[in-house]
Design a protein around this ligand. Structure first.
Ligand SMILES: N[C@@H](CCC(=O)N[C@@H](CS)C(=O)NCC(=O)O)C(=O)O
Length: 219
């Protein structure tokens, strides 16, 4: 059975919701293990033995850990192609993979500079500057995603919910944490509300227990 190590509201929500979509479609059960990121459980020797990067998600498959969302999504799609979490057509799949990589290697790290600037410098003034600069950059990236989700009918890659729709939800929520008012991105907000209503996504959201709207007005 697959076992997912996840954090509340973290990027691990992408495989978490996907595993739930798979469970609903195929009956394949999975286990979850919460890693309390605020308590630095990702830095314990036991967890570092699973993922030396000290990050969630980790998916354990037949006792072997796999890390990195792009690899985990690729594995789950190849294991359960009938669930269509990536498009089946080779070119559409490549387009989806390109978008997944961009979300993971460009949008996601921009937010990390806002949320965890201490990962990039130990100078408090530089941290404040990183936060300010990257909040603006993050907003611009969310606007680009809004341009992609606005015409989605109903999902980014057609009639099947994909990893991309779930990642779009995660990145939008983080905007709230970065002090970006969700109401200023109305088309993106409407899309995320739609994704959140998909029963499997709603189940995973309920398990994590964090609100969909994480907006914190900047001080
Ligand atoms: N590129 C990695 C990013 C993973 C990542 O940034 N995980 C964050 C949560 S969203 C984390 O575990 N942060 C805890 C830490 O870095 O201490 C992936 O795709 O898995």
């Amino acid at each position: 059975m697959h076992k997912l190590y996840y954090g509340i509201g973290a990027c691990s929500f992408v495989p978490h919701a996907a595993l739930e979509v798979i469970r609903e479609a195929t009956g394949e059960a999975y286990e979850t293990q919460l890693v309390k990121l605020n308590r630095k459980e990702q830095a314990t020797p036991e967890f570092l033995a699973l993922n030396p990067n000290g990050q969630v998600p980790v998916l354990v498959v037949d006792g072997k850990p796999v890390t990195q969302i792009v690899a985990i999504c690729d594995y789950l799609d190849r294991k359960y192609p009938q669930v269509n979490l990536m498009p089946a057509d080779p070119w559409r799949r490549t387009e989806a993979m390109s978008l997944l990589a961009w979300m993971n290697n460009s949008v996601h790290p921009t937010f990390t500079h806002v949320f965890m600037p201490d990962k990039f410098t130990d100078n408090p003034e530089a941290q404040a500057e990183l936060k300010r600069f990257n909040t603006a950059g993050y907003r611009a990236l969310l606007e680009r995603i809004q341009g992609m989700v606005a015409p989605a009918d109903p999902w980014l890659f057609g009639d099947k919910l994909s990893f991309l729709d779930i990642y779009a939800l995660v990145l939008f929520r983080w905007g709230g944490l970065a002090g970006i008012d969700p109401d200023t991105l109305p088309q993106y907000k409407a899309f995320v509300e739609r994704v959140a209503k998909v029963p499997a996504v709603a189940t995973a959201l309920a398990r994590e227990g964090a609100p969909l709207n994480m907006y914190r007005k900047p001080a």
